[in-house]
Design a protein. Structure first.
Length: 347
């Protein structure tokens, strides 16, 4: 059997965010019950003592461990409003912002934690990651060396070195280092995701699937994993399965922006421009200056006979790039159509 088809059949049987086997449901319900008890205790304690920063910190840590990062952010901000000179609070805030892909705030809060005296290796990992994202390799190397001096066996070290190699254009070394990170800690999800992205970019789909299967066993409800599952199905032209995968990812995390564009493209294939526009608009909320998306929204609004909507999108696009004279002409044309339609209605 072709290896790709083998993985296809195997993947279909894995966890999803909406279905599971009876045994899995029992196991997850037991875990959920234990978590709910912990959360309920914290909720009741906070209700009784709403100015207790330690309780908000503990609940933020609980949410962080459950990968409910927006809830964690809400609580750690409350803890910091009450007490803002504890480096453990700033470190957790930095970790949350990094998970939410807000690198600047992760860096700022991490530096604040360091300023307040934190020497936690996790802090240095956060800062090294942030500086790599910002392409500041000198600062990244400084914090990476601090991690190495405190905890040289952490799986984060080869992962961060792999990210550095990627920024420097050395994909071969990057893959080797990131694979080493997975071997050191098979529960660490980030290296799986980076490797899958690399394999997808090189159209090496068979290499994606073993990683995806392992990663879904580690963290079955990680929304980004469904992004690569969907892309894998698209590579096989199984567009229906791809759509299901993307939708499953959004059940896991409705704010997983990386899924919005590929899902919109599948709706465009079906000529369902209304649904396509819904996901394009969701993408635009976090990427308001994405000119390609604004142009698509203008085009699809026109196809849906929403002339006013099309004009709005095109005007926003033209404000971002006044060199696009074709867009200016399209706005003028649509404005004439709209005025003509109003004149007809008045008659």
């Amino acid at each position: 059997m072709n290896a790709t088809l083998f993985y296809l059949f195997l993947l279909i049987g894995l966890y999803s965010c909406s279905t599971s086997t009876q045994n899995e449901e029992y196991h997850l319900s037991e875990l959920q019950y234990a978590s709910d008890v912990h959360l309920n205790v914290l909720n009741e304690a906070i209700e009784s003592d709403p100015e207790n920063d330690i309780l908000f910190f503990k609940r933020a840590q609980y949410f962080f461990d459950q990968h409910a990062f927006k809830n964690a952010l809400n609580d750690i901000q409350k803890a910091l409003r009450i007490e803002n000179d504890k480096h453990t609070y700033w470190l957790l805030s930095a970790k949350v912002y990094l998970e939410l892909a807000d690198v600047d705030k992760a860096m700022n809060d991490g530096l604040k934690a360091e300023q307040l005296g934190s020497t936690d290796p996790t802090l240095y990992i956060v800062l090294a990651t942030a500086f790599i994202e910002k392409k500041d390799m000198i600062s990244a190397e400084t914090y990476l060396n601090k991690v190495k001096s405190i905890a040289p066996h952490l799986s984060d070290i080869p992962y961060l070195e792999g990210l550095k190699a990627l920024q420097q254009g050395d994909t071969v070394t990057a893959k080797q280092l990131i694979n080493k990170s997975i071997q050191l800690n098979k529960e660490y999800i980030d290296p799986y995701i980076v490797l899958m992205k690399l394999y997808y970019q090189s159209r090496n789909y068979d290499s994606i699937m073993p990683l995806l299967i392992k990663a879904k066993r580690v963290r079955p409800h990680e929304a980004e994993l469904f992004l690569y599952e969907g892309k894998f199905y698209e590579s096989l032209q199984r567009f229906g399965l791809a759509k299901i995968a993307y939708q499953e990812g959004l059940i896991c995390n409705p704010a997983q922006a990386s899924i919005f564009l590929p899902l919109s493209e599948l709706y465009i294939r079906e000529s369902n421009y209304t649904e396509a526009m819904r996901y394009l608009n969701l993408w635009l909320e976090s990427h308001p200056e994405d000119k390609a998306t604004l142009q698509k929204l203008g085009q699809y609004s026109s196809r849906n006979q929403d002339i006013s909507g099309a004009i709005t999108y095109y005007k926003t696009l033209y404000q971002l790039d006044t060199t696009q004279l074709g867009i200016k002409k399209e706005i003028e044309k649509l404005q004439k159509e709209l005025e003509l339609a109003r004149d007809t209605t008045r008659k």
